[in-house]
Design a protein around this ligand. Structure first.
Ligand code: SF4
Ligand code: SF4
Length: 284
């Protein structure tokens, strides 16, 4: 089963839930940290990294000798990653989405595919828990290809926990797509509710079942609870504000390490998700 942990905004406790859920399930589980712009799960898991792979994406390389400046490549590129100035094709690699369209339309076979480095994928383990993460190169904006690469790295795992990037843009969709369930982590504040609504819309577009974890549930107001009731979103876990949890977080320690009784809470959370997914499959 693939469970994505998402949130409409950063700082809600998404990584806390992802790491503690993964640690509570242990053997047969792999955590994929797809928050590649700022991967934080390793700060709590201290994984042993055994494999590192440079991840690249394709970019066009134009032969000045073969090119006749016909402009067909520039005309097809919807991302404006190519332009023809005089008799020369200029390529803007950071705008290229590697669709390959320009290579196909070039009548002179003047375009070949080169490579641009996006970042690295690192894999290893944390005890019995499998672990992979992507690290986007500093200054790089094209994260979906790196996220998709990390998403493929789960051979042999029975349960895959994905720590998705915050927000609702393309990287989030790349991380969540193909999941069996999306667990949205929110907090009971007006900001939390605003961003939760955006996240719910994104998940609904993908047609994936979802539920909520409310972090710092005993603070704020009832806006999130009322919204969840209106929208029929199940609340699967509430984590109250607890000084011990806040202290553990600031020291880079998982909740289940300092308060092992929370393992049962996270295992029960998994069982609730499993039941919802099973019911959803039976109903379809
Ligand atoms: S590969 Fe696609 S996105 Fe990149 S330059 Fe060519 S047409 Fe544009
Ligand atoms: S389509 Fe090929 S020949 Fe035409 S401008 Fe582009 S690279 Fe040159």
């Amino acid at each position: 089963m693939i469970i994505s942990i998402a949130s409409g905004k950063g700082g809600t406790g998404k990584t806390t839930v992802a790491t503690n859920l993964a640690l509570s399930l242990g053997k047969g589980t792999r955590l994929l940290d797809c928050d590649v712009e700022e991967p934080n799960a390793h700060l709590f898991l201290y994984p042993e990294i055994t494999e590192t792979e440079v991840v690249t994406t394709g970019i066009p390389v134009v032969s000045d000798e073969l090119c006749t400046a016909c402009k067909k490549c520039a005309e097809i590129c919807r991302f404006r990653a190519l332009t023809v100035v005089g008799k020369k094709v200029l390529v803007f690699p950071e705008l290229c989405h590697s669709c390959g369209g320009c290579v196909v339309v070039c009548p002179e076979n003047a375009i070949t595919e080169g490579a641009r480095e996006l970042g690295v994928m690192e894999s290893g383990h944390c005890g019995e828990l499998g672990f992979s993460q992507g690290r986007l190169r500093v200054g790089e904006a094209m994260s979906p290809p790196l996220i998709k690469k990390v998403r493929t790295h789960h051979a042999g795992a029975k349960t895959i926990i994905i720590d998705a990037p915050p927000g609702t843009s393309c990287p989030v969709i790349a991380a969540m797509k193909g999941s069996d369930f999306v667990l949205m982590v929110t907090e009971p504040t007006p900001f939390g509710l605003h961003d939760l609504k955006l996240a719910v819309e994104a998940v609904r577009v993908l047609g994936i079942q979802s539920g909520l974890v409310i972090n710092r549930s005993d603070m704020g107001d009832d806006g999130v609870l009322e919204y969840a009731k209106e929208e029929g979103l199940p609340i699967l876990l509430e984590i109250p504000f607890d000084r011990k949890i806040a202290e553990a977080y600031s020291c880079g320690k998982p909740i289940v390490e300092i308060m092992p009784e929370w393992k049962n809470e996270f295992r029960a959370l998994y069982q609730r998700i499993e039941k919802l997914v099973q019911n959803g499959r039976n109903a379809s």
